[in-house]
Design a protein around this ligand. Structure first.
Ligand code: MN
Length: 348
């Protein structure tokens, strides 16, 4: 048995830290003298003491530390990896928001020399298995949107969400920042969907939309519909699925191969009105091609095939039809919706 002083020296932790770990129930002394109250530690507790110290330095919450300490080493390693994946994910969302704000606050100083506009097309199809189409796809000069409704009133839910965004198409947008504007629009869309659902939690919709500002595209996204950017011949996914399977992938608990056949791959972590949407601002370049789509496409058509079809198709209209056809050729198990928009120079 070591005194707290000796144990502190051996573990390179202060006696103060050890007393704190005791109070927090992270590391109990092996023995407390009933008369003096002195704490005594066993040598075998050194490893645990150091682990607690490292996990605190990592910023892990106390409940998490307790959990990790109770696990075998392999499980503990997995738990730490999962914790860190969550931290990185949360940081990424905040990073995007910070970039959005920085961009917004500096936008007025920028002079755009090239005038850009969108060429766009939208196409939605029931697929080959479902009895009805509950997706909604929309493309206009300013607004692009895909919504994938679910539940008994899935179709009215997705259509109400997109309808509620259409005021953004107006030539004169209300004053205020793009960020505030989008936030208001999403709140309006959530309320519209809530009205349609009439209190039922089974009814809802995803929403992935792009708002054109004249030089940039503001992305708002919640659920598992997706946004992609084809730039310089490469395809980039610019949205992150809010699905159970994606979070298992992020945390390293599932491989990409396992994910494609996971029984719960349609289970959402967030949908419109049940969490904060992700927001991002994208600087548009002439030649960019953006794609919004529902999981009816990405569930059956792999990314490299999507990239091929997007690259080969001439006009946005050709692209949306080729993509929907590819989903149907792959069995068309779900409703499938695609919106494609090209960034072009005005008059070009
Ligand atoms: Mn779907």
């Amino acid at each position: 048995m070591l005194t707290i002083g000796a144990f502190a020296a051996a573990s390179r932790l202060s006696p103060k830290a050890l007393r704190l770990y005791d109070e927090l129930d992270l590391l109990r002394p092996a023995r407390v003298d009933p008369d003096t109250g002195y704490r005594y530690y066993a040598l075998a507790q050194l490893e645990r003491a150091r682990l607690v110290a490292w996990l605190r330095r990592l910023g892990m919450p106390l409940a998490g530390i307790r959990e990790v300490c109770a696990l075998e080493t392999g499980d503990a390693a997995r738990e730490i990896r999962a914790y860190w994946a969550r931290v990185e994910r949360e940081t990424a969302v905040r990073r995007d928001l910070a970039a959005f704000l920085v961009d917004h606050l500096t936008a007025e100083a920028r002079e755009d020399t090239v005038m850009l506009e969108l060429r766009y097309s939208a196409h939605s199809d029931t697929g080959r298995v479902r009895p009805a189409n509950q997706d909604t796809a929309y493309a206009g000069a300013r607004l692009l949107a895909v919504a994938d409704g679910y539940g008994p009133a899935g179709a009215p839910a997705s259509s109400a969400a997109v309808e509620a965004l259409k005021f953004l198409e107006r030539e004169e947008l209300p004053a205020g920042s793009v960020l505030n504007l989008l936030e208001d629009a999403v709140r309006g869309a959530s309320e519209a969907v809530r009205d349609v659902a009439g209190g039922s939690e089974e009814v809802g919709t995803t929403l992935t939309a792009l708002l054109w500002t004249g030089s940039r595209l503001a992305l708002v996204h919640i659920g598992d519909s997706r946004a992609y950017l084809l730039r310089g011949g490469a395809l980039f996914r610019i949205s992150h699925d809010h699905s159970v399977v994606q979070s298992l992938l992020d945390e390293g608990r599932l491989t990409p191969e396992e994910a494609t056949s996971h029984p719960q791959r349609a289970l959402l972590l967030k949908a419109l009105g049940t969490g904060a949407p992700d927001m991002k601002l994208h600087e548009a370049l002439p030649g960019d091609r953006y794609l919004l789509c529902s999981d009816g496409l990405t569930g059956v058509v792999p990314d490299d095939r999507i990239a091929d079809l997007l690259t080969t198709a001439q006009a946005p209209d050709d692209a949306v039809h080729a993509l929907v056809e590819a989903a149907n050729e792959a069995g068309g198990p779900d409703n499938v919706s695609c919106v494609v928009a090209d960034v072009v120079e005005v008059g070009g």
